[in-house]
Ligand binder design. Structure first.
Ligand SMILES: CC(C)[C@H](C(=O)O)[C@@H](O)C(=O)O
Ligand code: SF4
Length: 426
């Protein structure tokens, strides 16, 4: 059995499972954000229940529009906070911790073998931690709040084998852009990715999170990484604040020798170049070197895809001692408070501000066109985020190009989309 099949089987008490089979699974953890004040609260209240099944299995955070940029967002936060209080949600993170998909793993809530659902499509990010993470809708969250269970159709599994090492200007983002180039946005609909192979040791946890995060852009239900030493060490340094989780989810899950896959695809990390996804789809991917000259108005470094330490370090290395042109809005948003503080300690924030960057408090911000750098008519942005749909980051006539933090930083410096001059890993 593949990793995801084993996890599903364990959560519905079955020995074996076939793709396409429908099962009902116990849920280990539900992540909710502003949607709690949006669709979830009215849906759940309609059921007329006076309690939720297990308030200690709910992780609640405000992240998309923090602090609220307008009255609408402020009201949504009020409704969500009231719900969290009324139903005693145990893990209430408030609005100053950062983006859900960064904060949840940082606090040790995503651990091997878990089945986690969230009111957000990029819940797939948790697959980096050898568990299943998947996004669900507001009505599904309401059902789990009442029963602690949800139905799943068992997905077919696409195994991705990595070998080799990333090139000197290449990051995890380029790996997932390469997958998007090959699979396209409909290449893995309701399927599970399983990532493994000898190349794994050369992919940081940060890179794995980026790849698992964007698995959903190919339609995948989840994108689960094999466990290894790197992950074991990461988990040791990030014990869960929920002690039960440390005890219960401490066994890595490996595929069995005879695991069944729909397909096995091989990728040599050495062969992946710096890539960019052109508007208006994350699968509209070409090598940066074939792009021609695209001048930019904004460079955005942040989001749950690429707002981590590795990303900020690479950007600071490229930018250090230089000045970005005044024509470029260079927006930097660390993905969490913890990252913000560490970047401050390491001097990265100072480097980025001295160069002319605008560093903002952790939030989704311009990734979803919410605030902190929304694009105006015809503006062009190079972004480290995961979606470049029409109007996603602002005006419908604006255009976003998705790329790695290295390309975002190098482009901010030059004023057009380009790859960095120096080796980012030395
Ligand atoms: C607002 C939220 C429901 C949405 C999602 O599900 O992904 C957002 O995070 C996004 O990235 O588009
Ligand atoms: S950073 Fe962007 S992709 Fe991630 S959860 Fe927020 S809006 Fe969604």
């Amino acid at each position: 059995m593949s990793i995801s099949n084993q996890i599903f089987a364990k959560h519905c008490n079955k020995k074996s499972l076939e793709p396409g089979e429908f099962v009902e699974c116990d849920i280990d953890l539900v992540m909710v954000h502003e949607q709690l004040g949006g669709r979830i609260s009215p849906e759940f209240r309609k059921l007329g229940l006076d309690r939720i099944w297990d308030p200690s299995k709910v992780f609640y955070i405000l992240d998309h529009w923090v602090p609220p940029p307008d009255i609408k967002a402020a009201k949504m936060h009020q409704i969500a906070n009231k719900f969290a209080k009324d139903y005693n949600i145990k893990w209430n993170m408030g609005q100053n911790q950062g983006i859900c998909h960064q904060v949840l793993p940082e606090k040790g809530f995503s651990r091997p073998g878990m089945l986690i659902v969230g009111s957000d499509s990029h819940t797939t990010t948790y697959g980096a931690f050898n568990c299943i993470g998947t996004g669900i809708g507001a009505t599904d969250v309401s059902i789990i709040f009442s029963l602690g269970k949800l139905w799943f159709k068992i997905p077919e599994v696409q195994r991705i084998e990595f070998k080799g090492k990333l090139g000197s200007k290449v990051m995890g983002k380029d790996v997932v852009l390469q997958l998007l180039k090959d699979f396209h946005t409909d290449g893995a609909i309701y399927e599970a990715f399983e990532f493994g192979g000898l190349g794994l040791e050369n992919l940081s946890i940060s890179a794995r999170m980026t790849i698992a995060n964007m698995s959903v852009e190919m339609g995948a239900k989840c994108g689960v990484f094999e466990s290894d030493k790197l992950l074991e060490n990461w988990l040791k340094s990030h014990p869960s604040v929920e002690n039960d989780f440390n005890k219960k989810f401490n066994k890595p899950i490996f595929p069995t020798k005879d695991a069944q896959y729909k397909k096995i695809s091989n990728y040599d990390l050495n062969e992946i170049p710096p890539l960019v996804a052109k508007p208006f789809s994350p699968d509209n991917v070409i090598p940066v070197e074939e792009l021609g000259t695209i001048e930019i108005d904004e460079a955005f470094l942040g989001s749950c895809t690429n707002g981590r330490m590795e990303d900020l370090r690479v950007a600071a290395k490229i930018i250090q001692g230089k000045k970005i042109p005044s024509s470029v809005k260079f927006i930097i948003i660390p993905a969490s408070r913890e990252i913000y503080l560490q970047a401050l300690n390491e001097g990265l924030i100072e480097i980025l501000i001295q160069a002319g960057g605008v560093v903002e408090y952790p939030s989704c911000g311009p990734c979803i066109g919410g605030h902190l750098g929304v694009l105006g008519p015809n503006e062009i942005c190079v972004s480290s985020s995961n979606r470049n749909f029409k109007g996603r980051m602002g005006d419908p006539t604006s255009k976003s190009y998705l790329a790695s933090p290295a390309v975002v930083a190098a482009s901010a410096l030059k004023g057009y989309i380009t790859i960095p001059e120096k080796d980012i890993w030395k």
